[in-house]
Design a protein around this ligand. Structure first.
Ligand code: ZN
Length: 325
């Protein structure tokens, strides 16, 4: 068994990431294919099966080398039945039997979970979690995702929607509209999109000046990365944006920690690449709002696996949560 490989898949709206991973969680081969949303998303599992066979052939390996396939999917999942409730970007109808179709197409035992949950498991197994069994992972990207691991298990909730950290309400009244239909969600503030939105609000003020304002004047837009780079250089307007974002993120994380007292809260996703300029500011607010005993025992850390967290977590799922061994 030790020499067998697991297949980890991270299914995104535009790209599907795949990897062959050994039983120790080490990536042996990784590659990507475009996600084909046409035909009501019917090609997605077929294309995954095809690319796995092609890769095996390329590597001169037999199908028997593979022990099973785990996949993270972008939507709420019924973990027990392997049904994805809805996935707006993939063309699938509601309650799509993803696990069964994946098993039929690949002829491998399969397990699926939500993509943010898979990223959290990946960080627990091989990343910043470093084996911590009580861990919260927050993915700060175009949106804000979350995964909660308690005693080594992902918390699924009664309908697969546990860990929706991005939709914690940060602004109870008058907040920006969120993709979920509510307003004032954390996602409207701490995602890349939210950071840019807040920066634009500040940049449109009459007295706006400085490095970030110059970038805006030259390009008519700014990115989240511009905000962090300018903040690192001490730009007052960028620092103001950073303080707003960190206040809401630090407050939400402190409330999560006050509820769960995890060993670690790991910040991942594209926005977390800002590094310490973000982490340090979030920590200041986290410390302000965390219960004293929580403050002492829960640590904040940056994710270390980058884009590999999802495929590694998906591989862990099929290794540990199925009867393949
Ligand atoms: Zn929302």
């Amino acid at each position: 068994m030790a020499e067998k490989w697991l297949v980890g898949v991270d299914l995104g709206g535009t790209t599907t990431k795949l990897a062959f991973i050994n039983m120790y969680g080490e990536i042996q081969h990784k590659w990507e294919i475009p996600t084909d949303n046409s035909n009501d998303g019917k090609n997605i599992t077929i294309n995954i099966a095809k690319t796995i066979d092609q890769k095996l052939e390329e590597l001169g390996q037999e199908k028997t080398k593979l022990a099973g396939i785990g996949m993270g999917a972008p939507g709420p999942v019924n973990y027990a039945t392997g049904v994805i409730y809805n996935a707006v970007n993939l063309g699938w109808p509601d309650n799509y039997p993803l696990k069964d179709l994946l098993e039929v197409e690949t002829n491998l035992p399969a397990l699926i979970d939500n993509d943010a949950n898979c990223a959290a498991i990946g960080e627990m197994w091989k990343g910043a979690g470093n084996g911590a069994k009580d861990l919260v992972c927050v993915t700060l990207g175009t949106g804000v995702g979350g995964g909660v691991i308690a005693n080594g298990n992902i918390v699924q909730g009664v309908s697969g929607a546990a860990g929706e950290i991005g939709h914690i309400t940060s602004i109870p009244e008058g907040g920006a509209p969120c993709n979920c239909g509510k307003t004032g969600c954390l996602e409207t503030i701490a995602s890349a999109t939210g950071i840019v939105r807040i920066a634009m609000e500040e940049l449109k003020k009459e007295d706006a000046a400085g490095e970030l304002k110059d970038i805006f004047a030259a390009n008519d837009l700014v990115s989240a990365k511009n905000v962090f780079d300018a903040a690192r250089n001490g730009d007052a307007l960028a620092l103001l944006v950073l303080e707003k974002v960190s206040l809401h993120l630090g407050l939400a994380l402190a409330n999560i920690a006050n509820t769960l007292n995890p060993e670690k809260i790991v910040l991942g996703g594209g926005v977390s690449k800002a590094g310490n300029v973000l982490l340090d500011q979030v920590k200041i607010n986290f410390d302000k709002f965390a219960f004293p005993r929580v403050k002492k025992s829960t640590t904040l850390a940056l994710a270390t696996l980058g884009n590999d967290a999802g495929v590694i977590g998906a591989a862990w799922l099929i290794k540990n949560k199925s009867s393949i061994q």
